[in-house]
Design a protein around this ligand. Structure first.
Ligand SMILES: *Cc1c(COP(=O)(O)O)cnc(C)c1O
Length: 403
């Protein structure tokens, strides 16, 4: 669908996140269909975009949720995701988070260390509940992505080595309070090559075979998320080849394939709309200062990530010159695009930042006491607000009483 960004900016103000729910549906169905013929569960990685309406949208399509905090579990439940489709992952969980997850009776807790397993066991025992668990195995393969979003090497903090995983499974199998039902890996994000995934899937499938041989019956084979998207000119993993690779490697195992995409489902279904405030020139450097900033979209500052930037309806035919798009925050790292060719802009011109549907709003902060942006969802030709713009009162609510 073509979205009238200008009308939305006028109605809701800027900076503004706009999402295309039809695009998200298409991405979900493409992946779900790729897994046809086998038992599968798509568990949307809530951290990519955790707006309740976004989660609920995926829930209605049949999606589960991959959560990395109890807050995300609560979001998933509030958005109507079935408890038996919720996975609680993450390298560190507090005992009270474990307790709440057990009470919610979610599908499984995904464990990343022996120490964590002992905690889960003791909380389960105290609560008189059996904890369904999976173990995140670190297959030590190089995902060939940005080092900050690579997670599947031993040098990363995630998961446990194969030998440790085996010991943990045997321990869990013998515990009255633990039920080892799943296995999990997630080697990184923004993956654009299939070969590391194939390598990891085969390593983990072999581990499942050796576990089945000792009567540890793994039923959920969780391949994590990480499918890359186009920000610039990336070539992508073909979704069908991806699913086929996984099906092929697990065809002798009676397992449900769990897949946890975040970015793939939402990144290119979201835009950040911002208004030009003014331009300035320092020496020979041109800056276009806009009303969105690193607190709204931190990916450029944090990862030097590229986002396509488009100037809307600029009738200026003068020559385009290089400019940096920067926000008003007091940090030199506060930029959204660098060395972009742009014609002269004027105050109020609209700039659209593409691929902002994942790790955009969820990584936003109140730095510089800036309220977080409003969010709008478009579906079937109609757009509606799904989050109010944060105002000053919202920001000081938890401090006011102590003044
Ligand atoms: C972040 C994360 C995901 C989602 O990653 P994407 O790159 O957004 O697909 C999936 N699973 C786990 C465990 C994660 O931490």
């Amino acid at each position: 669908m073509s979205i009238d960004f200008k009308a939305l900016a006028k109605q809701y103000g800027t900076p503004l996140f706009v999402y295309d729910f039809d695009y998200m549906t298409k991405q979900y169905n493409e992946l779900k269909d790729a897994f046809s013929g086998v038992k599968s569960l798509i568990a949307y990685a809530v951290k990519a975009n955790s707006n309740l309406s976004v989660i609920s949208h995926f829930g209605k399509l049949g999606s589960g949720a991959d959560c990395v905090s109890i807050g995300e579990v609560q979001r998933a439940l509030s958005a109507g995701i079935d408890n038996y489709k919720i996975i609680f992952s993450g390298v560190g969980k507090r005992d009270d988070e474990i307790k709440d997850a057990l009470e919610a009776n979610i599908l499984m807790l995904n464990l990343e260390s022996e120490a964590e397993m002992r905690h889960v066991e003791s909380v389960a025992k105290r609560e008189g509940k059996v904890a369904r668990i999976s173990i995140r195995v670190n297959p030590n393969v190089d995902p060939k992505t940005h080092p900050y979003i690579s997670t599947g090497l031993h040098e990363n903090k995630f998961g446990v080595e194969i030998d440790m995983a085996k010991r943990m499974y045997i321990y869990a199998k013998n515990s009255k309070w633990l039920d080892p039902v799943g296995i999990h890996f997630h080697i990184g994000s923004q993956l654009t090559e299939l070969s590391p995934i194939k390598e990891a899937v085969e390593i983990i499938a072999n581990l499942v075979r050796s576990l089945k041989a000792i009567n540890i019956d793994i039923r959920f084979f969780d391949v994590g998320g990480g499918l890359g998207v186009v920000y610039d000119k990336e070539s992508l993993i073909n979704t069908y080849e991806y699913a086929e690779t996984i099906k092929e490697a697990t065809k002798d195992l009676d397992v449900t394939i769990v897949c946890e995409p975040g970015r793939f489902l939402t990144a290119n279904g979201g835009w950040l709309i911002t208004s030009v405030l003014y331009e300035k020139v320092n020496g020979d450097k041109r800056f276009v200062i806009v009303d969105a900033a690193m607190n709204d979209l931190i990916r450029p500052s944090l990862y030097k990530a590229y986002h396509k930037v488009e100037l809307l309806d600029n009738e200026n035919t003068k020559e385009s010159l290089k400019a940096d798009i920067v926000g008003p925050i007091c940090e030199s790292g506060d930029w959204l695009a660098k060395d972009l060719l742009l014609p002269p802009t004027k105050s109020g011109d609209l700039i659209v930042i593409h691929s902002a549907g994942a790790y955009g709003f969820t990584m936003a902060s109140n730095y510089n006491t800036r309220g977080r942006a409003a969010e709008v969802a478009c579906e079937g030709g109609k757009c509606r607000k799904i989050r109010d713009r944060e105002n000053f009162e919202d920001q000081i609510r938890l401090e006011k009483a102590y003044l």
